[in-house]
Design a protein around this ligand. Sequence first.
Ligand code: ATP
Ligand code: MG
Ligand code: FE
Length: 347
Amino acid sequence: LLILGIESSCDETGVALVETRADGQVPALLSHALHSQIEMHQAYGGVVPELASRDHIRRVLPLASQVLGESGKHLSDVDVVAYTRGPGLAGALLVGAGVACALGAALGKPVLGVHHLEGHLLSPFLSADPPEFPFVALLVSGGHTQLMRVDGVGRYEILGETIDDAAGEAFDKSAKLMGLGYPGGPALSKLAEQGDATAFKLPRPLLHSGDLDFSFAGLKTAVLTQAKKLGDELEPRKADLAASTEAAIVEVLVKKTLAALKQTGMKRVVVAGGVGANRHLRKQLNEACAKNKVRVHYPELHLCTDNGAMIAMAAAMRLESGQQQASAEYAFDVKPRWPLDSITAAA
Ligand code: ATP
Ligand code: MG
Ligand code: FE
């Protein structure tokens, strides 16, 4: 099966082609293309939903032509058109869903709506070293922070999650108040490399809560308080504050992940979502996992943040596992709010 996947949940337009393969092999990524709107939204310090929707409209078909061209395929070769059904910005989701269903109807091929977080979750299957089920998943994106028990495609149990801000939000909000732009996660991480992570004592929220939940709102407030206290001294100490912030976020993520592994007795962990690109997180988690004889898998660096490849891959894996069938029903709805465990299939 040749699957065309379309992602448009937020500020990235992504399109990709994935092909299923014989006898249990992981589906193959043939080509993918991405247009990030970050530059367009930067002037506003955050994503402007209406601008996002309009830009998705401009980008999606040219990106589709590009991936077809690069893989030497024709539109008529596509067997299933997959799209992100939610969660995300309603207007942005409607563009991808509308285009996917219009293409499906025009081609006479079925369509399939995919959960954005399932896309992130399964994105490590696009890497050269794909994981095997079951595993613990640490999903750390711009809008979500969850630890999950994953027993197979569509078999997700949330073990713990953030009660307020996501890890990516903690990076972005801290970065913003340090004047590092939007989204500031990558910039904060880069600056942190030159800083002293022990320079400032910042809280490790819920580290000893005994459960697998997270909280990052208080950390952001602590960073703000520290920045205000520094006043004119902030500029020369910025790298130290960035390093201290990153260390606090990463320590909580790593320790809670280890606790989830202990609780489930699993020896495999998969990291997914934009924060999964963070170098300090990868280093600390790799060390902790090596010590505990746990295998750790990540998405390719460029596939940590939103992209079409993970949507096409999730669709392929749902179809192959029989979790979902593509549908020739072209009337669509989108789900701006959609908990991941609500798509869990009966075991
Ligand atoms: P969601 O998937 O929850 O709807 P999203 O799609 O906005 O949210 P992603 O695209 O997975 O989230 O990730 C974006 C987030 O990842 C941003 O918060 C960004 O700052 C963060 N991020 C990306 N690279 C890094 C990095 N190297 N270090 C820290 N954070 C990073
Ligand atoms: Mg994004
Ligand atoms: Fe995302």
